[in-house]
Write a protein that binds this ligand. Structure first.
Ligand code: TYD
Ligand code: MG
Length: 468
């Protein structure tokens, strides 16, 4: 007999409570708490499933000196797919839970099936890899695996929408990695809430996280992002997992970017670049070329800068188009940078250089579909906008770095020297950037042209006519 527990779960947000309450303390929903004990008691008795509440019963742990706890990080499982491994921080960490989110159709299943195959193939003695799909039939997944040349005797497939089946398969196979495709399509039908609901997704994540930690296998949860940019509700999975990655790109083009937004075991803001081909995802071997960062020829409205993502500098082109408005409200289409940042730069352009772009139609995009969250790329965006407005091309072989302040001043931002090295490596002859304390002694002489403010930056860039 399973031990009787009296716990309650909110149908709206999945929060658990030891007593019944009229209102959920977590999300504030009224009359949403239902008894969890019956469900879990029955299932646990059948030896199939135990939710977090049941699993917690009778478990006794003792505190110990932290120095006595064995280090776990030495045993990373590298997939051999270098781009992926770098974003992971060197490979999958046993017992860790990773969420991979992205729009439907972007290539999440493809990426994880390739990774699952590589891992299965790496060392057969290490055990099986389990791929669970609640979305596609075994036949469909087999067809994809054939196309990706990813069939392998150690790669197992389970087609189900029930958590109990997943737990049973884990019990039987003792896998070294489990992929859940997708976390929204797997649930516990005995919970009094719809499949795919926030409460179900939370329940599944909690239950399988416990199993992953106990058995020490990495668990990969695939999650569809809804239109509002949320994974199964209010991004509530992000704080429950060890790492969160987003897979992005324009579906019409081949470029795909895997971005780490949280990683307890590796760098954040790291990106991996892939191209979707007829045979799955291929790593991008020339990132600068992929992101337009090799454009040495000065153009109107386009400027190259270096962003720092996690551990590596990436050269990327910012492209802008400015035209006089034809209808009432000016159009403003901004992709890959924060629109608020663009508004700030427009205000600085007006105040510091007298360039009025506010009433113009305005388009901004980052080459390759990269999303920038890096203030040191401000100078390039500002210069590109100014050049698009004045119609003057920027100087050849020139790259722009620096963070723009409200007073029209420039600040160096992080890793300026490393960014400059990358610029030199790619063949840029000058980098226009703010001065730094102590200067740039180890960089090639004459590479960096220091400018204190936006006015000097624009004059040197070629976007403005030089005032004698
Ligand atoms: P998929 O991995 O199913 O996306 P998700 O799991 O994120 O919904 O990928 C879907 C798209 O990728 C689909 O439009 C077909 C394309 N694709 C290729 O171009 N090449 C391939 O080798 C594979 C497997 C898919
Ligand atoms: Mg899929």
């Amino acid at each position: 007999m399973a031990k009787k527990t009296t716990r309650y779960m909110c149908k709206e947000c999945g929060a658990e409570s030891s007593s019944w309450l009229g209102r959920c303390p977590q999300c504030g929903a009224w009359d949403s708490l239902t008894e969890l004990a019956r469900v879990i008691g029955a299932k646990a008795a059948a030896g199939k499933v135990g939710g977090s509440a049941a699993a917690a019963v009778g478990v006794r742990v003792e505190a110990q000196p932290l120095a006595d706890v064995p280090a776990e990080c030495a045993t990373r499982m590298a997939s051999g797919m270098d781009e992926l491994d770098r974003v992971l921080g060197g490979g999958f960490v046993p017992g860790s839970v990773i969420l991979v989110g992205g729009d439907p159709g972007i290539g999440k299943s493809t990426l994880l099936l390739q990774a699952a195959h590589l891992l299965a193939d790496l060392d057969e003695k290490q055990g099986k890899v389990l791929y669970v799909s609640g979305e596609e039939s075994p036949g469909q997944v087999r067809m994809r695996a054939e196309r990706l040349d990813s069939l392998h005797p150690e790669l197992y497939f389970l087609g189900t929408t029930e958590l109990a089946d997943v737990r049973q398969a884990i019990e039987q196979l003792n896998p070294r990695m489990v992929v859940l495709d997708s976390v929204q399509t797997i649930g516990n039908p005995e919970l009094d809430t719809a499949m795919g609901s926030v409460a179900q997704v939370r329940h599944v994540t909690q239950a399988l996280t416990r199993v992953a930690k106990e058995r020490g296998f990495p668990l990969i949860l695939i999650g569809h992002v809804t239109k509002e940019g949320q994974i199964a509700g209010p991004r509530m999975l992000e704080h429950m997992v060890d790492a969160v990655f987003y897979f992005e790109g324009e579906e019409s083009g081949p470029g795909r970017i895997l971005r780490s937004v949280k990683n307890r075991f590796g760098p954040t803001h790291e990106v991996a670049l892939f191209e979707m081909s007829g045979r799955g995802l291929l790593p991008v071997t020339d990132p600068a070329g992929f992101l337009g960062g090799r454009h040495l020829k000065g153009e109107m409205g386009a400027a190259v800068t270096i962003t720092f993502t996690g551990t590596r500098p990436l050269a990327v082109e910012l492209q802008t188009l400015v035209s006089a408005p034809r209808y009432g409200t000016p159009a403003r289409v901004v992709q890959g940078v924060d629109p608020k940042r663009v508004s700030l730069l427009l205000a600085v352009l007006e105040k510091s250089a007298g360039l009025e772009l506010g009433g113009c139609d305005l388009f901004v995009q980052v080459a390759g579909g990269l999303k920038l969250d890096d203030p040191a790329t401000d100078a390039a965006l500002l210069t590109a906008l100014a050049s698009a407005h004045t119609g003057r091309p920027l100087k050849d072989a020139t790259l722009f770095l620096g963070e723009v302040g409200l007073r029209g001043n420039l600040r160096p931002g992080s890793n300026l020297e490393e960014r400059c090295f990358e610029a030199a490596r790619l063949g840029f002859q000058s980098v226009i950037a703010p001065p730094v304390n102590g200067g740039f002694k180890s960089l090639p002489a004459g590479l960096v042209r220091e400018v204190p403010d936006v006015r000097a930056l624009l004059e040197l860039s070629g976007a403005l006519a030089r005032q004698e």
